[in-house]
Design a protein around this ligand. Structure first.
Ligand code: PDD
Length: 282
């Protein structure tokens, strides 16, 4: 049984009943976070909670009291050693109305956690994976981690139908991000990732790696990346809480570099795993 916390009530996830008038059901009016748990500890929890607070603010959803204790309690109740915590906060529930002007809504907060029985990124990290490119068909506020993921689901499904794993999104001939990841490229020793804007999610692993590379005196640029730069790169890799860092060895059927996992992608993953290990000891 998976224990969930719904508005601080502990309940089995299977038995949880969400009100049909919850605005997430009709409008996707909710924000979320996915936090990776390593050795029982939620990794980079502060970055996730900051981003959650920012998503709430940008959506004008009422802020909620600090969730840290509830998150730790849920990890412990579900006895998660390796796994993930999912947090979703909706604007609240009231009969269907597009505008929420002057409605007195109270956010509904869901937290649950699930274990990983095998490492979700290990195999792909060693072999690398494939991607397609796809027009970025999402809205203009991709910096908000909202549950409106329909476009992301559509393009990731297209990638999988084409035998790839991820869709790298292109807006105005420039790379934004993956359907559920951020993107880095490496060319002649220079590491690049798209600059933060309302068109990408400020990924926790993206920020961790930008800091890591800077600290270790790599040249890392937060800048624009043209679609053509993807194909010409020595390395391309994607990052996320669950995928860590995975090399993309071919895009749209074109090999990237030698078509093999490159050293910077490996270093990126190593850096994440070492930091997670270190955080678990603290
Ligand atoms: N998604 N961009 C998008 C669109 C994402 O959905 C994600 C993560 C990221 C990477 O963010 P982070 O490094 O903080 O995980 C970037 C999560 C894992 C998900 O939706 O399941």
């Amino acid at each position: 049984m998976v224990f969930a916390s719904y508005n601080q009530e502990i309940i089995s996830l299977d038995e949880l009943k969400i009100p049909v008038f919850d605005r997430s059901f009709f409008f996707g009016d909710a924000v979320y976070e996915v936090i990776r748990v390593y050795q029982k500890k939620p990794f980079l929890i502060a970055s996730h909670l900051n981003r959650l607070a920012n998503s709430l603010k940008e959506m004008s959803i009422e802020n909620v009291p600090d969730l840290r204790n509830d998150i730790y309690q849920n990890i412990s109740l579900n006895d998660i050693s390796e796994g993930m915590v999912y947090i979703q906060i909706s604007r609240g529930s009231l009969p269907r109305s597009h505008s929420f002007h002057n409605l007195s809504l109270k956010p509904n907060v869901l937290i649950y956690s699930t274990p990983f029985f095998s490492h979700p990124a290990e195999k792909e990290a060693s072999t690398g994976t494939y991607a397609i490119t796809h027009e970025d068909i999402r809205w203009h506020r991709c910096d908000i981690k909202s549950v409106n993921l329909l476009a992301n689901c559509l393009v990731q499904t297209k990638a999988q139908q084409a035998g790839a794993k991820e869709a790298i999104l292109i807006r105005n001939n420039q790379v934004t991000e993956g359907s559920s990841s951020n993107v880095f490229i490496v060319k002649n020793g220079v590491i690049k990732t798209p600059a933060l804007s309302s068109f990408i999610l400020p990924g926790t692993r993206r920020q961790f790696l930008v800091n890591f590379f800077k600290t270790h005196e790599y040249i890392v640029l937060e800048t624009t990346i043209k679609k053509s730069e993807l194909y010409e790169a020595d390395e391309v890799f994607i990052t996320s809480s669950i995928k860590e860092a995975i090399a993309i060895v071919a895009i749209d059927g074109h090999n990237i570099g030698h078509g093999q996992v490159g050293p910077i992608a490996l270093l990126a993953r190593q850096a994440i795993l070492e930091a997670a290990d270190q955080a678990a000891q603290d």
